[in-house]
Design a protein around this ligand. Structure first.
Ligand code: PLP
Length: 490
């Protein structure tokens, strides 16, 4: 059973939580007894990725049958990733890089967004309803979600991204997405504006009533949806198992995970893995110049009243990290009242400060760091020079922050969340070549990188543009109404 982070009496089954996305009080769904699920090292180190997925899902998706879970895993991961291994680990310098970008849209979000539509269609199967997915994106989620949901029965999807806030490659990926049930809009404003807009739509009673009258449920593909989080837990276990299999660590050894962080979904999935028994020394929350999380972990004050920077790692350009709320829930030992209070303060004043006990609970496990643009670029250049490996702009943030711990002799796994081919201009600039045209930068990157460009990105430049609408925040509601009508008639 799941309940809201803000009220324990607002409950849902896994299927219900996946369909709803967000709880009725605006809180996020959490499993109160997560720590009671104990997965021992010997239970998973000899399993392959899909077997680990089956093990984890059987614990977390309590109202899914074993057969449904099998079907979901097959549906999501059969022939969708271009590597024989879904989440390979490579040693780059003295850091292990967990490559999560071998899916259809070349970002780690594919791991979850190939799975979520499967989970969702199982959840819809008996409900006799349709689901309209509303998603705010800083670039990668949008494409991965559109790709995952395109023409999936009984579903539709509306994506909102910040106008001029994503890379040319990301923009083309979304603008060229096919599917009768997909819509995408550029919103004037930044990612937080888009995300706030979507959150408001979810609690908009009139809009929800309208959707219900048409047999449609509004749902989310953002990492606030538990169906997004769960698939991400698996690669923490699988990467640990890989290191044990390769003899890099012994079963039971603790490792450090460094995670390039935006909305706090990815690192939270690691925390969940740890609560379920994965041996972890520390998690490093790595931020770019938008360092609100780094400051929060160091000071205990979350202060969103600050300048917003557009950086070369746009998927981490976020001031309000939604999933942090779930960490607060566990770190306060499930004190929904406290969590609700802080979230209210955040909404009203843009900031809140946690108490000393909660802060200690967090800093016992979480380290943090941030890099500015120059340091991120320098890391890409240094790693390329020393190893020939090309990091993308997000993975470089986390690599840079992790370096001091690896240099101190710790075993560090850093999550690599995107292919460098998604951000070719910024990557080439880091390597000392400023190239005005992103597509030209992409072909230049192909010529110097020993890892080939994913086919879907290589042919993107000349693909047909199918979506080009730019809207104001105030217009988001109307676009949802139109999408509800469209889905009802599909
Ligand atoms: C989304 C994203 C992140 C941030 O992940 P969160 O779960 O939002 O913290 C980092 N890197 C890339 C490439 C992403 O797409």
């Amino acid at each position: 059973m799941y309940n809201s982070t803000r009220c324990e009496t607002i409950t849902a089954t896994a299927k219900h939580a996946i369909l709803k996305g967000l709880a009725d009080d605006g809180g996020l769904f959490v499993m109160p007894n997560l720590e009671e699920i104990k997965i021992n090292v010997e239970d998973f180190v000899n399993l392959d990725y899909n077997e680990i997925a089956k093990l984890i899902f059987s614990k977390l998706l309590d109202d899914f049958s074993a057969e449904e879970i099998d079907e979901c895993i097959k549906g999501a991961y059969t022939n969708t990733f271009d590597n024989s291994e879904l989440a390979p680990v490579k040693k780059v310098g003295n850091i292990f890089v967990l490559e999560l970008y071998h899916g259809p849209t070349s970002a780690f979000k594919d791991v979850a967004l190939t799975m979520l539509p499967q989970l969702m269609s199982k959840s819809l199967a008996n409900a006799g309803k349709k689901a309209l997915i509303l998603t705010a994106t800083s670039g990668d989620t949008g494409k991965a979600a559109m790709n995952g949901f395109a023409d999936v029965d009984s579903t539709g999807i509306c994506v909102y991204y910040p106008h001029n806030g994503v890379s040319a490659v990301q923009h083309m990926q979304m603008a060229t997405q096919k599917g009768n049930n997909v819509d995408v809009f550029a919103v004037k404003g930044n990612f937080d504006d888009a995300q706030r807009g979507v959150k408001q739509l979810f609690v908009d009673e009139e809009l929800n009533d309208y959707a219900k009258s048409k047999g449609v449920e509004l749902s989310s593909a953002n990492s606030i949806n538990i169906g997004r989080l769960m698939p991400q837990i698996i690669y923490y276990f699988s990467s640990y198992a890989t290191l044990v299999k390769n003899g890099d660590i012994k079963a039971g050894d603790k490792v450090i995970y460094s995670v390039p962080t935006g909305n706090f979904g990815d690192v939270l999935a690691g925390y969940y893995a740890h609560l379920m028994g994965l041996p972890v020394d520390k998690f490093i929350v790595a931020s770019n110049k938008n360092d609100v999380l780094d400051e929060f972990i160091k000071t205990g004050t979350y202060d969103a009243n600050r300048e917003f920077y557009k950086t070369i790692s746009p998927s981490m350009d976020i001031l309000v990290s939604s999933n942090l709320e779930r960490l607060l829930y566990y770190a306060t030992d499930r004190n929904t009242e406290k969590v609700a209070g802080w979230m209210q303060e955040l909404k009203e004043n843009g900031e809140y400060t946690i108490d000393g006990v909660t802060k200690e609970a967090i800093t016992n496990l979480f380290l943090s760091g941030s890099t500015n643009e120059e340091a991120t670029k320098q890391t890409i250049a240094n790693v390329y020079k020393e190893t020939g490996y090309v990091l993308d702009t997000h993975s470089a943030v986390s690599y840079a922050v992790a370096k001091e711990y690896a240099d101190a002799g710790k075993t560090v796994i850093t999550l690599s969340t995107a292919s460098p081919y998604k951000f070719p201009q910024a990557v080439m600039s880091a390597l000392g070549e400023d190239i005005d045209d992103e597509w030209e930068a992409l072909s230049r990157l192909q010529s110097i990188n020993k890892d080939a460009c994913p086919a879907a990105l290589a042919c993107l430049k000349d693909a047909e543009i199918l979506h080009n609408k730019v809207i104001a925040k105030e217009e988001m509601r109307d676009t949802v109404r139109a999408a509800i009508d469209k889905l009802a008639n599909l």
